[in-house]
Design a protein around this ligand. Structure first.
Ligand code: XIL
Length: 344
């Protein structure tokens, strides 16, 4: 359980074998080459991390898309296909026909999978939107149990609960039908997930939790501290990290990551995109993750700008034509502990 990425590592080993054989053949010495990865996944693996992306099932037939996916990434998240409306469109009728192709693609190509997401106010199927109280609590727990059991042994980490805290200055929970079933709905979901797959890391995932001074960040921090104190089975916190003008990257991001990690959970950057894709900001995010031992890895929320849910912000690492942007070079260099010239 909780195995680290192996595909990039085995590729690096193959490359070393080739270089070593060549060196031995030509000069009878075995030189250890300076190891600097040439893809996001390989370079992250050298630092003990994964590098992931959101994947949309309907793009797996686009060879330009899969070429980049297979070359660069060691972790995938289904962008929509594991959400509640996709996996339980009618109550009690579970459907994995949208998510399974993504999981199969990942397995075939040696990538790991983040499960996203089990309990959320968003993208609920119609039958759940109209539900409240005990019936909803029971249905939510059944959903968690069924979906986690279906993918048992195949998921690196689950976003068990997504976006349960309110924006603004309250630091409290967001109102939702799930919240109205009782404040313990989050821990109940985590316990059900742990029972269904003891080998998956269980994460709480949210946005606008990057700035250490924000009330929402503190609200989530206090919940995780309480969960750890009471033995609620939580292993990790996901920071979506959709950075834009309203929710910009700030230099205390590293403090946020390290403060959560100090509670005894892993931290993961789960949905990274940055408005305009400034290379310097992408570099800072990578450096912040590398600075925190319990930061397991980084997932960007799409491959090319044209794949982004916020395409007009051009927030990703690849242009719509699939070419690498300056942000890509900055991320790769940061993963390799190198430097790239500052860009403006
Ligand atoms: C987004 C997807 O990217 C879109 O395709 C979909 O229409 C809406 O959801 N936070 C999350 C993700 O946890 O599931 C969201 O994904 C983006 C915000």
């Amino acid at each position: 359980m909780r195995n680290t990425t192996w595909r990039a590592a085995s590729r690096a080993a193959l490359a070393l074998t080739g270089a070593g054989a060549l060196a031995a053949g030509m000069a009878m010495v075995l030189v250890t080459p300076a190891s600097a990865g040439t893809t996001l996944g390989a370079s992250a693996a050298e630092k003990g991390r994964y590098f992931g992306t959101a994947v949309a099932a309907n793009k797996l037939s686009d060879s330009a898309y899969t070429t980049i996916l297979n070359r660069e990434f060691t972790m995938v998240t289904a962008e929509n296909e594991m959400k509640i409306d996709a996996t339980e469109p009618q109550q009690g009728q579970f459907r994995y026909s949208q998510a399974d192709p993504i999981v199969n693609h990942a397995r075939t190509h040696g990538m790991q999978v983040r499960g996203h997401t089990l309990a959320w106010h968003g993208q609920q199927p119609g039958w759940m939107q109209g539900m409240e109280g005990t019936a909803l609590r029971t249905a939510m727990l059944n959903h968690v149990t069924q979906v986690v059991s279906h993918y048992r042994g195949q998921i690196y980490s689950w976003d068990v609960v997504n976006e349960a805290f309110a924006d603004g200055n309250s630091g409290g929970r967001r109102d939702s039908n799930l919240q109205r079933t009782g404040n313990d709905w989050i821990e109940a979901a985590f316990r059900a997930a742990r029972a269904a797959d003891p080998g998956a890391k269980l994460c709480y995932n949210d946005y606008n939790t990057d700035n250490w001074t924000w009330a929402k960040t503190q609200g989530v921090y206090n919940m995780v501290r309480d969960f750890k104190a009471r033995g609620v089975p939580i292993d990790c916190v996901g920071f979506q990290s959709h950075f834009n003008n309203d929710s910009p990257y700030v230099s205390n991001y590293r403090t946020t990551l390290s403060s959560f990690a100090a509670l005894g959970v892993d931290v993961q950057i789960t949905e990274l995109d940055i408005q305009g894709a400034p290379a310097n900001t992408y570099r800072s995010v990578v450096e912040d993750c590398l600075a925190v031992a319990r930061c397991n890895g980084i997932t960007v929320w799409g491959i090319r700008d044209s794949d982004s849910w916020r395409a007009s912000q051009t927030p990703l690492l690849f242009n719509s034509n699939g070419s690498k942007k300056p942000a890509y070079d900055a991320v790769l260099a940061a993963l390799n502990n190198g430097t790239t010239p500052p860009t403006t």
